[in-house]
Design a protein. Structure first.
Lengths: 430, 299
């Protein structure tokens, strides 16, 4: 029978040593900052790009040689909203509205170009004299790098003014309104089961993705961090020969159990701290993360199952190497296999119940990451939850049992790395 | 524990690692409260024997009993083991490391702390208790390891080369501790190459060579058995002319003479008389254990 007090002593030490490690503190504090920084830079650079393509707050100059436009109408109607909105618009929604540049009539082309160069204008449009027959418009915009050529700035504002000018006095009332603003779109979603649900605006749509995906990412990282600590700890104990002293006091199963519990708790603390640092502010400040209770509970279940499986595998692998570095190299096999779902992120999130996703959920090494991904991407059938759970529980049993056998055989073996045949022989031994 | 029940008993134990036989048909007993010497050259199988007793390895055949029965998981808390390969958490503080290792023996935290401080004081290490292990000298690390072994107050102590890396003062301190522990009823198995220490500490020894038993029993008896062919002589004779002598070396008291296998001390004495040598001293020698060790290994 296992000695619970010894397991507790080991678990407590592993927890305390791990949470005070520099690597752990970096992972807990540094990683969110790093990810936050990457997201922030990405967001801001995208915004800059959008700005270079579309708009800024300076006026747009229009030289109308065709006499088509009635400049008195500029700003007198609600501009057509572009759909879907880009990141700039999302950012503007969160920071308090979009500045709409004014359209100003110019007659002197040289003056307009000079002011554009000086930054007093965001764009210049020249409507040619034969516009009505040819539709020709020339745009002039400042050089903003490679994205400058993709689209003329605030084209939609100009087109709105052209439409308004063309129908003025000819069409009015509701017809005029519908020409100027053909639709105020409301999106609905039809599920596979035929349920019609209210759609969301772009921001909510983004929130639906980023919230669960962030949770998936954090849990997955924690699985690999925690099991990685286990691998490193065992490899270090073997390298500095403490393992024999420990083994003289506790059984390998007690040692592994204590380590798995202690490091698992450190992993859970890491998740909790991530939640406190990222999820909580996101929920309270931005209402950004939308995760259902079922998804949350199932995610935690797969976090625990995934951690236990990889802890068993890493413990078994850690004991085979002669140094933490060598053990780390050996464990890359498990890490690469388990990361397959990450390489198939797009197909799994787009079709979380496809045969690809289901197949990966039934294979023990890919099951934890795949299930976390599927759960956070949509509704997962309970049969898949049941199958993957059974597969994982059985695999955990085999992994921990195998780790204990390898521990007994290889913990005091130094020098050459055991061959595959030798490892298999140890695993077969009773 | 009754004297009739050995603290440790091995019967016909065999252990092989794949195709290499490490221990072959080995049997011995260690009595409660004795200091038992485990001898053998490097690679003979001493460490394997200690690991077998500690249940780190399990024998392929034969039986190992501790406390009069087969090893139980909880027995690990009653046996202290100082391995030859020292192992400590080098980046942690001395007191924390010892306390942790003592607690792993099943000692509760407050008691573990008390014992740790008491032993640190005993071995003059109290002032380094907040130092990291890696900051200590090799000898002090050895003391930390020793304290971690004894502070759990185990009933059996398996000490594999406990004196390595120690200066003479600390060797003497360790000897005193070991003798005190034995006097208090602890059973001690001492594996070492320092034969003089075995002679001064152990009453019985077991010697292993290439996995097999070569000597076992009462140390004095063994020395007597191996001394029949050794004589200490102080005379003016030229020993190289003697037909009974295999080897002669000078020592402090005279010349240590090893006789040929078929020769007897009385034949040497007769030869000295015949040679009209002036004999100041003639006594049967008690062969040092080191010589026995070498003679057994190099017959």
């Amino acid at each position: 029978m296992l000695c619970l007090s010894k397991i507790w002593v080991i678990a407590r030490r592993e927890f305390l040593v791990t949470v005070t490690r520099k690597g752990y503190l970096f992972a807990v504090v540094g990683m969110p900052l790093l990810f936050g920084g990457i997201f922030g830079i990405s967001f801001l650079t995208t915004g800059t790009m959008e700005q270079s393509i579309k708009s800024n707050s300076e006026p747009i100059a229009v030289i109308d040689r065709s006499g088509t436009l009635d400049f008195g109408l500029a700003g007198g109607f609600e501009p057509t909203r572009e759909y879907p909105p880009g990141p700039t618009e999302l950012l503007q929604q969160t920071t308090g509205g979009k500045k709409v540049p004014r359209i100003v009539e110019y007659t002197d082309m040289a003056l307009a170009i000079r002011e554009l160069k000086e930054g007093k204008l965001s764009a210049v449009y020249l409507i040619e004299a034969d516009y009505m027959s040819t539709g020709k418009i020339v745009s002039y915009a400042p050089e903003h790098g490679i994205f400058s050529d993709l689209a003329p700035p605030d084209r939609s504002r100009l087109y709105d003014l052209i439409r308004a000018s063309l129908i003025k006095g000819r069409i009015d009332g509701e017809t005029r309104e519908r020409i100027l603003a053909p639709g105020k779109l409301k999106q609905m979603k039809v599920s596979k089961h035929g349920d019609v649900e209210s759609g969301s605006d772009a921001f909510q749509k983004a929130a639906r993705f980023f919230g669960p995906f962030s949770m998936f990412l954090l849990l997955t990282m924690s699985i690999f961090f925690s099991s990685g600590y286990l691998l490193q700890g065992i490899a270090e104990e073997k390298q500095n020969r403490v393992i024999e002293v420990i083994w003289a006091s506790v059984d390998p199963v007690e040692l592994l159990t204590g380590k798995i519990i202690g490091l698992g708790a450190a992993g859970l603390l890491q998740v909790a701290l991530y939640a406190a640092m990222l999820l909580f502010p996101a929920v309270t400040v931005f209402a950004f993360f939308q995760v259902s209770t079922t998804a949350l509970v199932l995610s935690l279940v797969y976090f625990v199952l995934g951690y236990l499986l990889f802890a068993g595998l890493m413990a078994g692998t850690g004991i085979l190497g002669n140094s933490p570095q060598e053990s780390g190299q050996l464990s890359a096999f498990w890490t690469l296999l388990s990361m397959i779902p990450m390489f198939l992120l797009a197909p799994i999130t787009e079709a979380p119940n496809s045969w690809l996703a289901r197949g990966l959920s039934w294979f023990p090494l890919t099951a934890p990451v795949t299930m976390l991904l599927r759960i956070t991407s949509g509704v997962t059938p309970w049969v898949d939850v049941a199958i993957s759970t059974v597969v994982l529980v059985a695999s955990i049993y085999l992994a921990v049992r195998g780790a204990a056998k390898l521990f007994r055989a290889a913990a005091l073996m130094y020098g050459k790395r055991p061959a595959v045949g030798e490892i298999l022989r140890w695993l077969r031994a009773s | 524990m009754s004297q009739s029940v050995p603290a440790i008993a091995l019967r016909s134990v065999r252990k092989a690692f794949h195709t290499v036989v490490a221990i072959e048909d080995t049997s011995f007993e260690v009595q409660p409260g004795e200091i038992f010497g485990l001898l053998g050259p490097n690679g003979a199988g001493k460490t394997t024997l200690l690991r077998l007793i500690m249940d780190i390895f399990r024998p392929d055949s034969g039986s190992i009993q501790v406390f009069g029965r087969h090893f139980l998981r909880r027995d690990k808390g009653r046996i202290g083991y100082l391995p030859e390969e020292r192992g400590l958490y080098v980046r942690q503080k001395v007191q924390a490391v010892i306390e942790y290792l003592v607690q792993l023996k099943g000692v509760r935290q407050p008691q573990a702390r008390m014992n740790t401080l008491r032993w640190l004081e005993r071995l003059d290490m109290l002032d380094v208790r907040e130092h990291r292990v890696q900051e200590l000298s090799k000898g002090n690390q050895q003391k930390v390891q020793f304290i971690a072994t004894v502070a759990a107050e185990p009933e059996i102590l398996l000490l594999d080369e406990p004196f390595s890396g120690l200066d003479p003062v600390n060797v003497r301190a360790f000897i005193q501790v070991i003798q005190e522990l034995a006097a208090s009823g602890r059973t001690i198995v001492l594996s070492t190459h320092q034969m003089n220490l075995v002679e001064s500490l152990c009453r019985r020894v077991f010697m292993i060579h290439r996995g097999c038993q070569v000597l076992y029993g009462d140390l004095e008896q063994i020395q007597r058995t191996h001394s029949e062919k050794a004589v200490v002589v102080r005379s003016n004779a030229n020993y190289s002319d003697c037909p009974f002598i295999a080897h002669a070396t000078g020592n402090g008291r005279g010349t240590l003479v090893l006789l040929k296998n078929d020769a007897q001390p009385r034949e040497l004495l007769a030869w000295l008389v015949e040679m009209q040598a002036e004999v100041e001293a003639f006594e049967c020698a008690k062969t040092p254990l080191e010589d026995i060790f070498i003679n057994v290994l190099q017959p």
